[in-house]
Design a protein around this ligand. Sequence first.
Ligand SMILES: [Zn+2]
Length: 132
Amino acid sequence: MFGIGLGSLVKIGFRVSDHILKQQEIERSRTAAEKARLQAEASREKTIEENSRYRRTQLEDQIARDSVAVECPNCGATGNRIRRSSTGFCQFCGTAIQISGKGDICIADPVERERALAAEELRRKNGETVNV
Ligand SMILES: [Zn+2]
């Protein structure tokens, strides 16, 4: 008999299959780790999204609380909501309407109108979509 005996062949066979099993196990654990990483990432993104949605809701609630339903002093339209202590614009005729802290309504003077227009322009530039 020359070369490798049957016993050795069997041993090599075991070693090879053992090696393959180990490789598979490494592969499996790598896949599991990758899966866990992806899950962690997804849950982190979800938390961020939930937080930002919560903040948005808070902001919307605050705006609803702080704003008053305004009948336009110029055209009489009633669909406007404007925040207290601020100046907004009638959606229908564009009149600048000034609201006091107490909720009193008057047509804004030209200076206040310019200031409010500039503020609105700035908000739009910053990409804010919340209408006040
Ligand atoms: Zn109006």
